[in-house]
Design a protein around this ligand. Structure first.
Ligand SMILES: NC(=O)C1=CN([C@@H]2O[C@H](COP(=O)(O)OP(=O)(O)OC[C@H]3O[C@@H](n4cnc5c(N)ncnc54)[C@H](OP(=O)(O)O)[C@@H]3O)[C@@H](O)[C@H]2O)C=CC1
Ligand SMILES: CC(C)CCC[C@@H](C)[C@H]1CC=C2C3=C(CC[C@@]21C)[C@@]1(C)CC[C@H](O)C(C)(C)[C@@H]1CC3
Length: 418
């Protein structure tokens, strides 16, 4: 019998039944999107134009390529880091150490790919392999999550996550049991969250751009915008890598199928949907519209980065001159809550910025199809759900002080609307 934790955390995602449904629904949605993007009608809703047979999904070449990719990213993770950061304090009062070399991994990957291309590596052939690659990524996520589930059987109770230890194997497999599964210095969750999937997303986007250049003589302006915006997002995440150590995924959520599949399969193959759509459904975009879209992305990025940096600076050192003048509320835990600046505008200004950027990533695809807006729709649902989970945790942590914060900053994500 798997060890469970003290008082049981309330079940999320509809409990074991919801988790079982999501185990099937998430991969099915990803394949539906991959197929829809390359089909003529590109319908988000409705059945796919065709169902691929096993021969279209299984390819030993894709498996080799995928394993080589994971191996390369793991090797880059193990290279000497410019800094080693400490994570948040754990239940046993210890802190884990994490290498800060994600941006270095991005640059080295770009150099290696560049070298490979000059030696004849056909990056433009990658879009043809998306289906089999997504298939092996999904298989890897299932096998890896099984390994994580087994590994948690022998982990001490103090290493388990607050959720994901209900005793129901399907639910726990989905949510993840161990908080920070590691082998020596190699932290699986931290590695997966920022490396193979996020850098893979940029590489797939670039391959789609190259393929478009092959097909049409040069990449379209819409393709350049999508590539540029998403490269900025990934580059920013890796540049501010340390900030991930205070996110809910690292500090609260166990590492199971949801995050493993999300990180290594869902992110690269569905977050590149706009570029996939543009390869098969070229859009003409004029300079005035492109400028408006760039402005929308810049506003979103400004809010996203401003809010995330303000909170990280404040959490690291509340007397830092950049945040020392902001108004705060004291809590019984000794930690303070910001009530002015970005965090005085709404309770999740970083989500607002992220959503505005999501809109800017879809607009270059025009308004003739709903498919490229999938990311915006999914992301809105994800962030609304995430916001509710975070509120519950903060209310538990900060009690009356959190209620006071909610009274002073009544809107959650969008001022005067939500
Ligand atoms: N592209 C994608 O698919 C996804 C992107 N994201 C992005 O990841 C980023 C991180 O998001 P996430 O981890 O959900 O949460 P946040 O970075 O918003 O962190 C929430 C935590 O911040 C602290 N906090 C809340 N309010 C205040 C305040 N007023 N003053 C000081 N601290 C406060 C609390 O923790 P404590 O008090 O313990 O410090 C709270 O638990 C966001 O920008 C989000 O948009 C998230 C999910 C998916
Ligand atoms: C498959 C499911 C429907 C849900 C899986 C969710 C995951 C894909 C996301 C959960 C939190 C994430 C974050 C990022 C990527 C998506 C996942 C893994 C993030 C790394 C993107 C870049 C940002 O700058 C960030 C703030 C570092 C993000 C952290 C959370």
């Amino acid at each position: 019998m798997a060890p469970t934790q003290g008082p049981r955390a309330p079940l999320e995602f509809g409990g074991p039944l919801g988790a079982a449904a999501l185990l099937l629904l998430l991969p099915a949605t990803m394949f539906h999107l991959l197929l829809a993007a390359r089909s003529g009608p590109a319908r988000l809703l409705g059945p796919p134009a065709y169902l691929p047979g096993l021969e279209a999904l299984w390819s030993p070449r894709a498996l080799l390529l995928w394993l080589a990719w994971l191996g390369l990213q793991a090797a880059l993770y193990l290279l000497p880091a410019r800094k080693v950061a400490e994570g948040q304090e754990l239940k046993d009062e210890s802190r884990l150490r994490y290498p800060i070399n994600g941006f270095q991994a991005l640059v080295l990957t770009a150099l290696l790919v560049g070298l490979g291309m000059s030696a004849g590596l056909p990056l433009g052939a990658l879009p043809e392999m998306l289906l089999p690659l997504a298939f092996v990524a999904t298989l890897t996520a299932f096998i890896f999550s099984l390994f994580l589930y087994m590994k948690a059987q022998v982990a001490p109770v103090s290493a388990l996550a607050p959720g994901g230890n209900s005793g129901n194997p399907i639910y726990d497999f989905f949510l993840g049991r161990e908080l920070n599964p590691r082998i020596c210095f190699f932290d699986f969750k931290y590695f997966c969250e920022l490396r193979p999937g996020l850098i893979g997303w940029v590489l797939i986007n670039m391959a789609l751009l190259m393929k478009e250049a092959e097909l049409r003589g040069s990449p379209s302006l819409a393709m350049w915008l999508v590539n540029g915006f998403q490269l900025l997002y990934v580059g920013d995440a890796l540049w501010h890598e340390e900030a991930i150590l205070t996110t809910m995924d690292i500090t609260h959520d166990g590492f199971g199928f949801m995050l493993a599949f999300g990180d290594i399969a869902w992110v690269p193959f569905t977050y590149s949907l706009q570029a996939q759509f543009l390869l098969h459904h070229p859009q003409s975009l004029g300079l005035p519209m492109a400028s408006v879209i760039c402005l929308i992305n810049a506003i979103g990025y400004y809010i996203f980065r401003g809010a995330n940096s303000q909170k990280n600076t404040f959490r690291k050192n509340p007397s830092d001159p950049r945040v020392a003048g902001l108004e705060t509320i004291s809590t019984a835990t000794g930690r303070k809550l910001l009530v002015s600046g970005w965090w005085g505008m709404v309770r999740h200004p970083n989500y607002l910025g992220d959503l505005i950027m999501a809109l800017a990533w879809s607009l270059p695809c025009g308004v003739s199809h709903l498919l490229p807006y999938f990311y915006l729709l999914y992301f809105t649902a994800l962030l609304v759900h995430r916001e509710a989970r975070d509120e519950r945790q903060c209310l538990q942590k900060y009690g009356l002080a959190w209620q006071e914060y909610c009274r002073r900053v009544p809107y959650r994500i969008m001022p005067y609307i939500y």
